[in-house]
Every structure is written in structure tokens, then in C-alpha cells.
Write a protein that binds this ligand. Structure first.
Ligand code: SF4
Length: 388
């Protein structure tokens, strides 16, 4: 595979920003693990090979993957996923600069810290100038994708959001614009696409309708969420779906439905991260999701859909000090550093104990560079479009 950098100067700057030697988390290869496999592990390795080959999984084997002890079969699953992502994207890690443009939301999702009913949070809405300043910072530090994210805030009409997209498109013609602004009308999605938005992130949250209603208030519609995802795809966006791992009510059966949905929908991106229990929500007292299960599912999704862009999420890093590195070693190839002004971040509390609340993009860039160095991957200055 041929590697190239769209912007050598910016990439050089990014690399120079790393100030400490790289340490290594490098793990054994799939070939090595297979050659060394003992008789008890070999049958599982063969089933993982079959999963990779057929890009399909049965419910019994999913259960086994989720429940098996953390041994060489799990290492093989991750190694096989690394090999799959390297075959498509090489050793590249793509950055997405996240700008949290509003913390207002009309919805009341049971897991979310910025749900409408949480009256304890001060709310904010960024101005155009503030958002453009974030994009400028991000561009300087190598971001070639900007993700505009927020609650379902109706102040952001099609006209206002369209103006913002147009301004970013005009100033940064070489960048991708990703929107993550929830459910809107088909006309709205079309208009924003026509003005220059390229990608849209809308987690489906669960492909099981009963589970969806357990996670959301009665006024929210599973059908509408799925319809929005279909519209986005039909319009031509690169679409991201996703779900929380360990959300209340989740079972192997609901995860199986999620995986089957991903197989059939073929999204360009899938965002999964562990559920993090958050104060002032109905699920505040629920246990957090498991980092280990999240890693196994990242690898499974990579093998089911090798071309997918797969973030190693901030939620993973929030529950484990090396969470994002482990995500990359399990098959992820995207990171989403936060470009939002530091003073806004605590107010955008979609879940508790989020990392990097006080780090500006300069510190964040240094830190990520070092962290990824330890995985043997390199952060590149590219849009990182879906290949496939
Ligand atoms: S998950 Fe999204 S739609 Fe639901 S309350 Fe939070 S910000 Fe709003």
C-alpha cells in the first residue's frame, strides 16, 4: 500500500511536538500467536479466522468471545483486528477535531448528562467566531476533519447551521466537515450536505427496539433514529452509527443485533465506547461498562467490517489510563481530540469523569503523539476518508 501525506509541513510540526521518547506497547502478531497456540486455544483461533473470512458471527460465538478468559485467544482476536486495519489503512491514525458547539438539548436520553431535565448544568452555545477559532487551532495542529457536535438544539436552525457549514467549507476546502447534531428532517440533512458537510455521526444506540425504549424516554422513536440513518446514507454522507458497551439493559442478544445491523447497514464509521454512569441521570447508579468488553467488540467490528473507520473513544480513555492505546491495539484507527474552549468542557458533561477537560489542543497534540508512538502507529495529517 502506498502512503502519502497531504501536508508534510503540518505533519512534521505534529511529530516535532513529541518531546519524550516513545515507549512500546507492541503486542505479538497473529502469526506468532497462532504458531504458539496450545490445543485448548486453537479451536477458538480457528473460529476467529472464520469470522474474519466470512465477515459474519453467530450468537453462540459472540457469547464465547465476550465470556472467554483473557488469554491468548483474546490476544489473537486483537492481533487479527490490527492486521485487518493495517491491510486497509496501513499504520495511520486519523484525527477528528471535535467542537462541542452547544450543550442545549431538547431530548432526555436516560444515560446522558446534558439531557434536558438536568437543571444542575449551566448551558452554553458557541458563537460563529468561537467555532471558527477552534477550527483554526485544529488546522494548525493537523486536523483535517472538524466534527461539530451538540445536543438537539433547535436554535441551530438549518439556516444558522448551514451558514456555519458554508463558512467552514469556504475557509477550509481541504477538510472534511462532520456533523453530529442528532435527528433532523431529510430536507435539513440534504441542505447541510449541499452546503458542504461530508459526514454525519448519529449513534443508533441499540438495534433492539425494546432496549432502545429502555434507554430513551417514550417520546423518542427507534424508527425515526433508523430512518435518519437511512436518509443520511441515501443523501451521500459518510455515516457513523454506534452504541455504548455495557449500557443498562444490554445483553449479548442486543449486541448481536447491533453487529448484524452494522453488517447490513455498512456504515463508514462506528463509534463504540463503554457506558459511563453519570450523575443527575436515571442511570446514575448503574455500573460502568467494561473496558475489556469494549476492546473485544472493537476487534469484532473490525473483523466484520474491515474498512470501517473506528474511533478509540475518549470514554475508553476515561475508564482506563491507557484506554485509547488499547483501543488502537484492538483495531481502532481514529482519535477525536477536543478543540472546544477549555472553559466550556465541564458544561458539556455528556458523561462523568471525562479526561482531558483542562488540556488545550497543544498539550493534547503532544500527548496523543506520544501515546500513539507506543502502539507503533503514526498520527497523520489527512482527512482520513473511508476507503472502500
Ligand atoms: S444523547 Fe444526545 S440527544 Fe440524547 S440527551 Fe444527550 S445530547 Fe441530547
Amino acid at each position: 500500500m502506498k502512503y502519502f501525506n497531504e501536508d508534510k509541513a503540518a505533519e512534521q510540526k505534529l511529530r516535532q511536538s513529541a518531546t519524550q521518547p516513545e515507549s512500546s506497547l507492541l503486542a505479538p502478531t497473529a502469526e506468532h500467536l497462532k504458531a504458539e497456540a496450545t490445543a485448548d486455544v486453537l479451536p477458538i483461533i480457528q473460529q476467529i479466522d472464520a469470522l474474519a473470512e466470512t465477515q459474519d458471527i453467530s450468537l453462540p460465538f459472540l457469547r464465547r468471545l465476550l465470556e472467554m478468559p483473557k488469554d491468548n485467544a483474546v490476544k489473537y482476536l486483537h492481533a487479527k483486528a490490527r492486521k485487518a486495519v493495517e491491510t486497509v489503512y496501513g499504520d495511520k491514525i486519523f484525527l477528528r477535531g471535535l467542537v462541542e458547539i452547544t450543550s442545549f438539548c431538547r431530548n432526555n436520553c436516560n444515560y446522558c448528562g446534558i439531557r434536558r431535565s438536568n437543571n444542575t448544568l449551566p448551558r452554553y452555545r458557541m458563537t460563529f467566531d468561537e467555532i471558527m477559532a477552534c477550527c483554526q487551532d485544529g488546522y494548525k495542529y493537523g486536523m483535517r476533519t472538524f466534527v461539530l457536535q451538540g445536543g438537539e438544539d433547535m436554535w441551530w436552525t438549518d439556516e444558522r447551521l448551514g451558514d456555519l457549514v458554508s463558512q467552514i467549507r469556504a475557509r477550509y476546502p481541504d477538510c472534511a466537515i462532520t456533523l453530529s447534531m442528532g435527528e433532523r428532517s431529510r430536507e435539513s440533512y440534504q441542505r447541510l450536505f449541499d452546503l458542504g458537510a461530508n459526514r454525519y455521526l448519529l449513534r443508533h444506540e441499540t438495534a433492539d427496539e425494546d432496549h432502545y425504549h429502555y434507554l430513551h424516554p417514550a417520546e423518542m422513536s427507534f424508527q425515526n433514529r433508523m430512518q435518519c440513518l437511512q436518509w443520511l446514507k441515501e443523501i451521500g454522507y459518510q455515516v457513523g452509527c454506534g452504541f455504548m458497551v455495557g449500557s443498562p439493559g444490554q445483553t449479548p442478544e442486543t449486541i448481536f443485533k447491533d453487529l448484524q445491523f452494522i453488517r447490513s447497514f455498512r456504515p463508514q464509521m462506528v463509534g463504540i465506547g463503554p457506558f459511563v454512569a453519570t450523575q443527575h441521570t436515571p442511570f446514575a447508579d448503574q455500573p460502568n461498562g467494561s473496558v475489556e468488553t469494549t476492546l473485544r467488540l472493537l476487534s469484532t467490528i473490525r473483523l466484520l467490517h474491515p474498512h470501517v473507520l473506528l474511533p478509540s473513544t475518549t470514554a475508553l480513555g476515561s475508564l482506563h489510563p491507557l484506554g485509547r492505546e488499547l483501543g488502537v491495539l484492538a483495531g481502532a484507527n481514529v482519535l477525536m481530540p477536543n478543540l472546544s474552549p477549555v472553559e466550556n468542557r465541564e458544561k458539556y458533561n455528556i458523561y462523568d469523569n471525562k479526561i482531558c477537560l483542562g488540556d488545550g489542543i497543544e498539550q493534547c497534540s503532544d500527548c496523543l503523539q506520544l501515546r500513539m508512538g507506543s502502539t507503533g502507529r503514526r498520527i497523520v495529517v489527512e482527512r482520513g476518508d473511508f476507503v472502500g
